[in-house]
Design a protein around this ligand. Structure first.
Ligand code: NAD
Length: 479
């Protein structure tokens, strides 16, 4: 059937999901698997007409959904989580085939977490308080009102996880949604539409449109009827979306790129620090939070590098469906070119590849560590979004902080130190939305998540998500 794509026996509808119905487009785009570059099938390619239809469906569904009780909204979100858990293996293999991330991570970590995200926001909704307080006998009553149709735009590196961080709180808040997944990994968003419909979500509450950012994405983010735009992706796209949002004064949440540091102090458990550093190759380095700049205190730099080279040499790169694989492919030939270009220019400027530094067959790039890099060089300043790390050394805390803060980003930072007081001192001076001390990637949805500087605006998680997706109202009543 032309409208469906079959992946490892799982049949996925490749049309849009608008107003509770599947909608085809005259135009299509081809979806490839990064594992071998093979064609998976043809996906509907939306444009302004599909954007208009999806926003209209979200607008039409909004009044009834906003009026639905919190307990009923929470029940439906739990039903979606049940559906994700029921189809966990199918979602895992489809997403691995579509974006190349490890199957074992999808099965064990990512997809269970997607279900958890729906449960979390369902439960958090029920804890939101309506503050009441008194002003000279008048009562102030603060309420969290649903805002309206939201446009949610997501990237390809963690498609369903990132979608769930937006879709779940938006629906919980009583908003209706138009989700546009990335064109390089469109499939699991379509499965989410089916799961939500099976869970009983009313038509038009969640819509999924497929297509290119510059086409349907642009039409969605410049639509005047949209009340919130939440975007995760790159800085250049964010600039474009922010300009569209400015024209309509649409509130905007931006989760963008990073160039996060890993600071290794001489008092650190060196094996732990090396483990944290090697972990940055996960998902072939295509992780916004990745600590791609390793900063090591001079006395331990040589020993750290020796152990790192040894550990990196033990990594297995290959088919992400194999249990033994640690690092899969890059998402797209264009991404591979970009990564290779960064490394070649860095080496041309004097950097030394002590690990990797070259492409392999297909869309695979070797895990790479570059030393002899200058703080103001492109490879240190720009996000590569591939398995490429740099190593610099520092003499003392002041220099460590200066290097760590010395980019235009501020998404995250990781510290390896055996001294809790140093951890506290250094953390206080770092510009970062999240700081991990002797750990990495631990994310609790009750905590705020987001970036400083050009890594984004706003925070997601817990009440911060509801702050964004709700119109807060204060009602003052006379005695
Ligand atoms: P991208 O900006 O190219 O695309 C992201 C999404 O925006 C896609 O769905 C794309 O179709 C859409 N888009 C593109 N142009 C658009 C336009 N003009 N109007 C509306 N939508 C448009 O980013 P990418 O390459 O898919 O993702 C990688 C980037 O995402 C990296 O910079 C990474 O750091 C960042 N990222 C950030 C986080 C975070 O939480 N901070 C998480 C994951 C990824």
């Amino acid at each position: 059937m032309a409208d469906r794509i079959t992946v490892a026996g799982v049949s996925v509808d490749a049309r849009h999901w608008i107003g509770g119905a599947r909608v085809a487009s005259a135009e299509k785009f081809t979806d490839h698997s990064p594992i071998d570059g093979g064609v998976l099938g043809e996906v509907a390619r939306g444009g302004p007409a599909e954007a208009e239809a999806a926003v209209a469906a979200a607008r039409a569904a909004f009044p009834a959904w906003a009026a639905t009780s919190r307990t009923e909204r929470a029940r439906l979100l739990h039903a979606i989580a049940d559906g994700v858990e029921k189809r966990l293996d199918e979602l895992a293999i489809v997403e691995t085939t579509d974006n190349g991330a490890l199957l074992r991570s999808h099965r064990r970590g990512v997809m269970p977490r997607v279900a958890h995200n729906f449960r979390f926001f369902a439960d958090w909704l029920l804890t939101l308080e309506h503050d009441d307080f008194d002003t000279r006998g008048h009562t102030n009553h603060v309420s969290w009102d649903p805002a309206g149709p939201c446009v949610l735009i997501t990237p390809w590196n963690a498609p369903l996880m990132l979608a769930s961080w937006k879709v779940a709180p938006a629906l919980a808040a009583g908003d209706t949604v138009v989700l546009k997944p990335a064109e390089w990994s469109p499939l699991t968003a379509s499965m989410l539409a089916d799961i939500a419909a099976e869970a009983g979500l009313p038509a038009g509450v969640l819509n999924v449109v497929q297509g290119y950012g510059a086409e349907v994405g642009d039409a969605l983010t410049s639509h005047p009827d949209v009340r919130r735009i939440s975007f995760t992706g790159s800085v250049p796209t964010a600039r474009h979306i922010a300009a569209s949002a400015a024209a309509n004064l649409t509130p905007l949440s931006l989760e963008l790129g990073g160039k996060s540091p890993l600071l290794v102090f001489a008092d650190a458990d060196l094996d732990l620090a090396v483990g944290l550093a090697v972990e940055q190759y996960d998902n072939a380095g295509q992780v916004c939070l990745a600590a791609t700049r390793i900063l090591v205190e001079e006395p331990v730099a040589e020993e750290f590098t020796r152990r790192f080279v040894e550990r990196a040499g033990q990594l297995t790169q290959g088919d992400p469906r194999d249990r033994a694989t640690d690092i899969g492919p890059t998402i797209h030939p264009r991404q591979l070119e970009k990564i290779d270009g960064f490394v070649r220019r860095a080496v041309g400027a004097g950097a030394r590849a002590v690990v990797g530094g070259h492409r392999k067959d297909g869309q695979y790039y070797t895990p790479t560590l570059l030393t002899d890099v200058a703080q103001d060089s492109e490879i240190v300043q720009e996000e590569v979004f591939g398995p490429v790390l740099t190593l610099q050394t520092f003499a003392d805390e002041d220099e460590a902080v200066r290097l760590a803060n010395g980019t235009r980003f501020g998404l995250a930072a990781t510290l390896a130190t055996g001294d809790p007081e140093r951890a506290e001192r250094v953390t206080a001076r770092l510009v970062a939305g999240t700081v991990w001390v002797n750990c990495f990637f631990v994310r609790d949805l009750r905590a705020p998540f987001g970036g400083s500087r050009q890594s984004g605006t706003g925070r997601e998680g817990g009440t911060w998500s509801f702050d964004f997706y709700c119109d807060l109202k204060n009602t003052v009543t006379a005695p």
